[in-house]
Design a protein. Structure first.
Length: 93
């Protein structure tokens, strides 16, 4: 597993992408997966595929490593890159 820097993948573009939480300080959120449907300053909202229209709220502070699945490859990214408002992440790059 290789962690990627933000220059390899644009972290601000996670809305609508398939995500899987690899490690999390909250054991109930580990291995949760689905599509990111909303993002706020402190939370991401994931629509789980195995549940019928179930949306899971996960605190960004709890996420250690997450995986973004794209058609070309998978990205394993440090959870600290999620912190902050979506519109402010662009200026941090």
């Amino acid at each position: 597993m290789t962690l990627f820097k933000s220059k390899d993948f644009q972290v601000q573009d996670i809305l609508g992408k398939k995500i899987k939480i690899i490690s999390c300080s909250n054991k109930f959120n580990t291995n949760k997966s689905g599509v990111v449907v909303n993002e706020t300053k402190n939370m991401i909202y994931i629509k789980q595929e195995e549940k019928y229209s179930k949306i899971k709220r996960i605190s960004k502070k709890e996420i250690g490593i997450y995986k973004i699945t794209l058609p070309t490859r998978d990205y394993f990214i440090n959870g600290k890159t999620l912190l902050g408002r979506p519109e402010e992440k662009i200026s941090k790059l």
